[in-house]
Design a protein around this ligand. Structure first.
Ligand SMILES: [Zn+2]
Length: 366
């Protein structure tokens, strides 16, 4: 029951270089005869090329505009070198996108040392958290403080036993040097389900500059506003549980769009970078085109982008969180037909000019 309330992401697995390379096989997806690509208009190309030629930088630090404190309070436990106010600004920046925050959030950020080689899961891990092993660096006092903060945050809504258990899990994993990015939440009562926490470890690589830190940060923040997963959380009404991939997809979509906004970039560039990255993983057969891990969040984000381009999903409904807060509710965007199209065609795209990716005509219209 406890692990079920966790939303795990595989980003660390990719970034920590743990994804094993398969043989240098060729891409299995032959372009189909009817996948002729629509050409961007001259205006679109001119705008994109101008942006490319000005060599824009992607957002590589948690550098957000100061923003008003949202109604929903953030509790921050930060032992990293990142200043509290920068983290708070970025949390607020994200929270202000959300139409109606329905959750409380505790954010726990801790440093870890270099990754232990060869890369692998944390040794002697007696917690339910999973992640790569790093050299532990936080002190006993910091661990105690982390545990007592989480405990007092959860206790009033979730009860002492649950609070103590979760606090112990988190501080113990940090003690072991566990690399982490995860969002968790309470369960049982509505009051407890409102209590969310997100954990982010910062290793020397991620300390920056790091694009991955920025997108991961916002990915996890988005999880804290999504509906608490449960057995009835189903968006398309299909027999299989679709909540996992839809939540992962939404979180990565949000992270990419925010990264573009922070860097003042046309989001097409950030999407191009992402689609190129995923396309390489697919080409190297490090991931499959199925909606499964590894890479579910990265793949799913592209699937949502496809639905948006097909006119079946409003980007604003993703960005304001509203699609993901009702634990299903069968929104039109996630109708069975739309989900099928997303699964069948999300990977049917190619590079039409440097850094610019387009879905095929089939993907956009079938
Ligand atoms: Zn995730």
């Amino acid at each position: 029951m406890k692990t079920k309330s966790l939303i795990l992401t595989n980003i660390s697995i990719i970034s920590a270089g743990l994804l094993l390379l398969t043989s240098c096989a060729t891409v299995s997806d032959e372009p189909s005869a009817d996948s002729a690509l629509p050409s961007p208009t001259a205006e679109e190309m001119a705008a994109i090329e101008e942006e490319v030629s000005s060599k824009p930088g992607f957002a590589e630090a948690l550098d957000c505009p100061k923003s008003p404190i949202p109604e929903s309070q953030l509790s921050l436990v930060n032992f990293s070198a990142y200043p509290d106010d920068e983290i708070i600004n970025c949390f607020n920046f994200a929270a202000n996108k959300i139409a109606e925050m329905q959750t409380d959030v505790m954010m726990i950020i801790y440093p870890v040392g270099p990754i232990l080689l060869p890369p692998g899961e944390v040794k002697n891990n007696d917690t339910y958290y999973r992640g790569a092993g790093f050299e532990p660096v936080i002190t006993a006092d910091q661990r105690d403080s982390m545990a007592s903060s989480l405990e007092s945050y959860l206790e009033p809504a979730c009860g002492g036993e649950f609070a103590t258990y979760q606090a112990r899990q988190v501080s113990r994993f940090a003690e072991l040097g566990g690399g982490q990015q995860v969002a968790g939440g309470g369960s049982g009562s509505d009051e407890c389900a409102k209590k969310r926490w997100m954990i982010l470890s910062i290793d020397p690589d991620r300390a920056g500059p790091s694009k991955e830190l920025v997108t991961t940060f916002f990915h996890e923040v988005f999880h804290t506003v999504q509906a608490s997963p449960g057995p009835t959380c189903n968006y398309s009404g299909a027999p299989d549980d679709d909540q996992f991939w839809i939540h992962e997809a939404g979180a990565s979509f949000f992270g990419l769009e925010i990264a573009a906004e922070l860097a003042d970039l046309d989001s097409a560039l950030v999407w191009g970078d992402h689609m190129s990255f995923v396309s390489n993983l697919l080409g190297n057969q490090e991931i499959s085109s199925e909606f499964e891990d590894p890479g579910i969040a990265e793949k799913g984000a592209i699937a949502l982008r496809l639905l948006a381009e097909r006119g079946q999903l409003e980007t604003s409904e993703v960005m304001d969180g509203s699609l993901f807060q009702n634990c299903g509710g069968q929104p039109e965007a996630f109708s069975p037909q739309n989900i099928q199209a997303a699964k069948d065609y999300w990977f049917d795209y190619s590079e039409v000019s440097e850094g610019v990716f387009r879905f095929s005509e089939t993907a956009l219209t079938q």
